[in-house]
Design a protein around this ligand. Structure first.
Ligand code: TMP
Length: 209
């Protein structure tokens, strides 16, 4: 049996620069000749489509309903036989995922009962626990500036008040689960090369373990 691949998740507020940093990590991994599968949540499944409609504000969904849709999408993301996370990890291929259950805790956890959202995700055997979560931390005003520069339309959570509550929730959740999870908080208000140098260091440490 091959050694299991590493499962790496990126998290952060909207406008935290995840996309840019994930591309930088992809370039780094490619330059080493290693193989990795890059993916994101919500996925492109039909459930992902329903989620995107709700995020775009086209269809109003209750926070519990949205939590359940993210959960269903995440289970599919893990187990589907075509490009599910599990099969890559089991084949020894690393997986890098843009958002995962930490986002459900922080985003849906500002409206739905946080304990319920956590129990549904952490208690589900089909949902793999990441080997590493990199949280790109920015302050609310930096995020707001980046959102206003880069977006035509805003999604339901892309407003200052929601982002402030979501950031607070992320840190409350990290405090609660830090002992059982490998969470690294990176100051993402710095320049792109500074942030990506830190991420590559964290990635290399994980690979050396
Ligand atoms: P992004 O791809 O630009 O990060 O947008 C995804 C949006 O979905 C973002 O606003 C966070 C939100 N989201 C949740 O609310 N809960 C979740 O579980 C996930 C994965 C994402």
């Amino acid at each position: 049996m091959p050694e299991r691949g590493k499962f790496i998740v990126f998290e952060g507020l909207d406008g935290s620069g995840k996309g840019t940093q994930i591309s930088a990590l992809r370039d780094h991994i490619r330059s080493t000749g290693a193989e990795a599968y890059f993916t994101a949540e919500p996925t492109i499944s039909s459930t992902g489509g329903m989620i995107r409609d709700a995020l775009g504000g086209h269809l109003r969904r209750d926070a519990y309903e949205l939590s359940a849709l993210f959960l269903a999408d995440r289970i599919f993301h893990n187990v589907n036989p075509i490009n599910g996370i599990r099969q890559y990890i089991e084949k020894g291929i690393d997986v890098v995922c843009d958002r995962y259950y930490y986002s459900s805790f922080a985003y849906q956890g500002i409206e739905a009962d946080l304990d319920w959202v956590m129990k549904m995700n952490l208690g589900c055997n089909e949902i793999l626990k990441p080997d590493l979560c990199i949280f790109l931390d920015i302050d609310i005003s930096t995020g707001e500036k980046r959102i206003s520069e880069n977006r035509f339309d805003r999604e339901i959570y892309e407003n200052v008040e929601a982002q402030r509550r979501i950031r607070k929730r992320f840190f409350e959740v990290f405090d609660r689960i830090m002992e059982n999870e490998n969470i690294k908080i990176v100051d993402a208000s710095r320049t792109v090369p500074e942030v990506s140098a830190d991420i590559i260091k964290i990635y290399n440490e994980l690979k050396e373990k």
